[in-house]
Design a protein around this ligand. Structure first.
Ligand code: LLP
Length: 383
């Protein structure tokens, strides 16, 4: 079990996100070590967690940024990133967001449709700038992950289908105020197998060969994010297997000598360093069930309700008690407000702290005010 400074929790309001910054630093160091190829460039996907304390740490480690909204661009700039370190993606960029991105000098727009490309060209022209763009290609690859977080199938709203790519390339070459610099891909999230990434490499190789024959080359290839983490046993795998992940691309992707390979990792960077800490309000004995009712709900961590995800639950106040089964539920007026059913946990009493592990990614950032609840706080642990 991870170490938590429980004595310090007594005076804090719950629920709150606990971030182990030493683990975040070790994760960032491992990314640096395993992605050492000069042509590899890792961008952190801000959507996973935009807490300023986390962003500043990632900035200090030298990663770039993958942003999907004007708000994320602003959060990154605020945390010390330069516009030139930011790539900007998203299927629905507003005019104001495009202007903001150009004003801040983002290094690349990942473009998802023809009308979007035309608007970027128009706005860049008006601002007397030339915008670097990459075309987001939908490679029609099944990432074998939850249907809500798979993005690379033809039926998804994301990217440009392979059949429409030649027309898009032609359009990008014709427009005056955009510069076609690369191709962008992202096939899904929480991918725990190697095979979808290998298939992605093979698709990219084929595409590159095909276009090279017609004299078209790309300065950057961006393979998105998606590397999964171990939700079942975070202490066994506190740091994802970056070595193997980068090796797949090193071994299977045919990069040209002058080409850069970009990655957009979110979950694998921040998930394991965060836990949601909640206090037990009541232990309720039902007719056939025992409920631990906690003060965190789906408003603080929506992943179980939305994706049926499971975050490991630990009783960190009394880890060695006798084991009993509990349904761990929140206070929100929805049956889906449940963190775990029939969880085998050391005996729980009112006032105990529970930790919901692996919650550093898509946890705090997806919190809401539903039921007029306050947003959860955050606590940084340095040791
Ligand atoms: N690049 C693009 C274009 C993306 O759409 C995403 C995630 C990433 C990079 C980062 O992917 P990661 O390395 O984190 O897998 N809320 C969901 C996850 C949604 C992911 C959306 N896109 C969850 O809680 O599981």
């Amino acid at each position: 079990m991870a170490r938590f400074p429980i004595a310090e929790f007594k005076d804090l309001g719950t629920p709150f996100y606990f971030y182990d910054l030493a683990l975040l630093d070790r994760t960032l160091a491992e990314i640096k070590r395993t992605s050492r190829d000069e042509r590899f460039k890792v961008h952190y996907a801000v959507k996973a967690n935009a807490n300023p304390g986390i962003l500043r740490r990632i900035q200090a480690a030298g990663l770039g940024i993958d942003a999907v909204s004007g708000g994320e661009i602003a959060a990154a700039i605020e945390a010390g990133f330069r516009g030139s370190q930011i790539v900007y993606a998203g299927v629905g960029k507003t005019d104001a967001e495009i202007e903001l991105a150009i004003r801040n000098g983002v290094s690349c727009f990942n473009v998802e449709s023809a009308p979007e490309l035309e608007i970027i060209d128009e706005i860049a022209g008006r601002m007397r700038k030339k915008a670097n763009i990459a075309l987001r290609v939908n490679p029609n690859i099944d990432a074998h992950t939850h249907e809500y977080i798979t993005t690379g199938l033809a039926e998804n709203k994301f990217g440009i289908n392979l059949g429409q790519l030649p027309d898009m390339i032609r359009l990008a070459q014709e427009l005056e105020h955009v510069n076609l610099s690369g191709l962008h891909f992202h096939i899904g999230s929480q991918i725990t197998e190697t095979e979808p990434f290998i298939m992605l490499c093979e698709t990219i190789n084929k595409l590159q060969e095909q276009y090279a024959e017609n004299g078209i080359t790309f300065k950057t290839i961006n393979v998105g994010g998606g590397l999964g983490i171990d939700y079942a046993d975070p202490d066994r795998h506190p740091i994802p297997d970056f070595e193997n992940y980068f090796k797949v691309f090193r071994n299977h992707l045919h990069l040209r000598a002058d080409q850069e390979l970009h990655f957009e990792l979110g979950r694998s960077v921040v998930a394991q360093c965060g836990s949601l800490i909640t206090r037990v309000l009541y232990v309720k004995e039902g007719e056939s069930k025992r409920f631990a009712i906690v003060d965190a709900g789906m408003t603080d961590l929506i992943r179980p309700a939305l994706y049926n995800a499971h975050h490991r639950i630990e009783n960190i106040s009394s880890p060695n008690g006798e084991l009993h089964h509990y349904d761990v539920v929140g206070p929100i007026c929805e049956s889906s407000d449940c963190f775990g059913k029939d969880e085998l946990l050391p005996s729980i009493r009112r006032g105990d702290f529970l930790a919901l592990r692996s919650a550093g990614a898509y946890g705090e950032i997806m919190a809401s005010h539903y039921n007029c609840r306050q947003l959860p706080g955050s606590y940084f642990f340095e040791k």
